[in-house]
Design a binder for this molecule. Structure first.
Ligand code: GCB
Length: 602
């Protein structure tokens, strides 16, 4: 064995060592499954000194089973699940540490069904215990995961305990410092999911990106008896029934001619698709489209498209909390629609499935990304492995959502780091091998203003550019940096590739127009408005730009934004204030997008 093989062997031994039980990647489409919700009120204990594991806080003790002294979950603090802990209890407002969650539940036991404990997301890490036994752990706060619990449940009085932490570190993703609130907790739905013994674990149903008259299907069964099984995929609306057979690994594939109405922002057509295998059946709403690049153009269903976008965080600013529900998704997506957007950059991590599904239903294209934000320790194998898992989990959850057109692999990581360049290049290959029906991008930021005749050209410089399909460019001229010239003479370039200006903007306090409003330090609406106007003039000079996502739709909360007069714990680059008052720059963007909308219609 050579050195590399020995290393791999040792890593495998470590990964499979008893005690480290990792969660499984989530099954496809939990929302389409029979399930029992475990949302609701959970008891909690705050473990500020991180002693719970040592002291076995995962074994529920009460007056009946002894050991009550110094450990009792019930009768004191509680938290609602789903939901971050920061906004629910004043003592947890800025808390970064461990919290133990506990609840009891009864569950129906169906003899011919398997059961899975499914979490939509837990921020950021957790260890899960069921009836006193550790069933596994998960790292990463924004993607779903599951554990099989068949045979581990009783009809009455089960208890589940989670140790959750939101601790930042050099080797976490995101790492030590990042520009959003570090919400902790069980932030998305928790369910007990019931499936048949041999169940449809996964499917990927899409049209061929090079030929939308061809439907490509891959279905994967899971169970003891999954080889040479028949699978039927039906689109009743067009009387289409496709029969497939699994191989010895329970995987079936087909590629068949089909005539479908394609999904687009103007007409976001979704089909009911039913997949049946033995006694398992699941249905989903799926849309079909192609997304491609031709030189510096972006083509949706073969036609050039302009992305009228915006960024938002998964936050309800006015309530100082993370968004988690269908109603929250409606609020966020409708707010983007109000500005006439057809594109959302879901910053800076996979946001709730409710948001993705709703945006797709409403005809919005999406950019989805993993939280590799600025200073990530790419030199650590453990960190890179985690980043890969995050990408896998994001793609697994949303690969059937045609509204998602871009997977982004990172935001503003440094081009000077060799391990970063090596790892991100590998990640591009990995993402493309998992899904060849979307484009790969990254939000880059290292650039130079270069004089070329009468023009000053903003040029990105990053070895990643040549590997990406679409280039994201973050730049805050007028805020972190001066405009290098008059906007009439300014251009943006991505070396002949489609370019999305993925972030630009400035800060201001809504309602403020005091002092010299030409001055950045005025924090005035007029200053911000002028930055937007100048940016837009320069964008119109640039042939490579296929879309914009200004930073950001709402002011958002960040503990490190601490200017005592103007920020007070908020990043004020929002186009809308937390109270939903639109800033001048919002109207500038809305006008610009209306104009683009009518230009594109002509
Ligand atoms: C950026 C980051 C974003 C920040 C923003 C800012 O470049 O990508 O996460 O919030 O700048 O306001 O500084």
């Amino acid at each position: 064995m050579n050195y590399k093989k020995i290393k791999l062997f040792l890593i495998l031994i470590i990964i499979s060592a008893p005690g480290i039980l990792y969660a499984d990647i989530s099954m496809q489409n939990v929302s389409g499954r029979e399930k029992q919700s475990l949302n609701g009120v959970w008891n909690i204990l705050i473990d500020a000194y991180d002693e719970g594991l040592k002291k076995k806080w995962y074994i529920l003790r009460d007056s009946n089973n002894g050991g009550l002294n110094e450990l009792c979950y019930e009768g004191n603090l509680t938290l609602r699940v789903p939901g971050d802990w920061n906004h629910q209890l004043p003592e947890l407002y800025l808390y970064e540490g461990h919290i133990w969650y506990q609840r009891r539940f009864d569950s129906k036991i169906l003899p011919d069904k398997r059961m899975f404990l499914h979490f939509g997301a837990v921020s950021n890490n957790c260890i899960v215990f069921l009836n006193g036994e550790k069933i596994g752990e998960h790292k990463g706060g924004f993607t779903p995961f599951q554990f099989e619990v068949t045979g581990k449940l009783k009809e009455k009085d089960n208890y589940i305990i989670l140790r959750v932490d939101n601790i930042r570190g050099e080797n976490t993703i995101p790492a030590l410092s990042f520009d959003w609130w570090n919400y902790g907790g069980i932030t998305r739905d928790v369910d007990l999911v019931y499936v048949p013994e041999n169940y449809i674990q996964d499917y990927f149903i899409r049209v061929d990106n090079n030929d939308t008259g061809k439907l490509d299907i891959k279905v994967k069964l899971n169970g003891e008896n999954v080889s040479r099984k028949e699978i039927v995929v039906e689109l009743n609306e067009i009387n289409k029934k496709i029969t497939l057979k699994t191989d010895e690994n329970g995987i079936a594939r087909s590629s068949k001619k089909i005539s479908l109405e394609l999904w687009s922002p103007e007409k976001p057509k979704l089909y009911d698709v039913a997949i049946t295998s033995g006694n398992d059946k699941i249905t989903d709403r799926i849309g079909f489209r192609s997304i491609k690049v031709d030189g510096n153009k972006l083509l949706l269903n073969g036609k050039p498209i302009y992305l009228r976008g915006v960024n938002f965080h998964e936050e309800i600013a006015n309530e100082k909390r993370r968004a988690y529900s269908k109603a929250d998704a409606e609020f966020l997506v409708n707010s983007a629609l109000e500005m006439n957007c057809n594109f959302i950059r879901l910053a800076h991590y996979p946001q709730s499935e409710y948001t993705v599904r709703l945006a797709e239903e409403k005809g919005i294209l999406m950019w989805e990304e993993i939280p590799l934000w600025q200073k990530i320790n790419f030199a650590s194998e453990e960190v890179c492995k985690l980043a890969e898992t995050m990408a896998d989990e994001m793609i697994q959850r949303d690969k059937n959502r045609c509204g998602v057109i871009i997977w982004s692999i990172s935001n503003e990581t440094s081009k000077f780091s060799k391990p970063r360049n090596k790892f991100l290049a590998e990640l591009v290959t990995r993402v493309k091998s998992l899904d060849n029906t979307r484009l790969v991008s990254s939000a880059l930021h290292q650039s130079q203003a270069v004089k070329e005749d009468e023009w000053t050209v903003m040029k990105l410089e990053d070895p990643l550019i040549e590997l990406l399909d679409v280039v994201g460019y973050n730049k805050y001229l007028g805020w972190y940096q001066k405009f290098p010239c008059e906007p009439e003479n300014l251009k943006w370039e991505a070396y002949g590739k489609p370019l999305i200006i993925s972030e630009f903007g400035a800060e201001c306090v809504q309602g403020n127009n005091l002092g010299d409003t030409t001055n950045l330090n005025s924090w005035s609406e007029t200053y911000m408005e002028n930055v937007y106007k100048k940016d837009l003039i320069s964008f119109d000079n640039s042939e490579d730009i296929v879309g914009l996502s200004p930073w950001i739709l709402f002011d958002f909360r960040v503990p490190r934004r601490s200017h005592a007069l103007f920020q007070k714990g908020w990043n004020r680059k929002g186009l809308i204030s937390p109270e939903y008052r639109k800033k001048n720059a919002w109207y500038v963007m809305k006008c610009y997008y209306d104009k683009k909308y009518y230009e594109c219609k002509e």
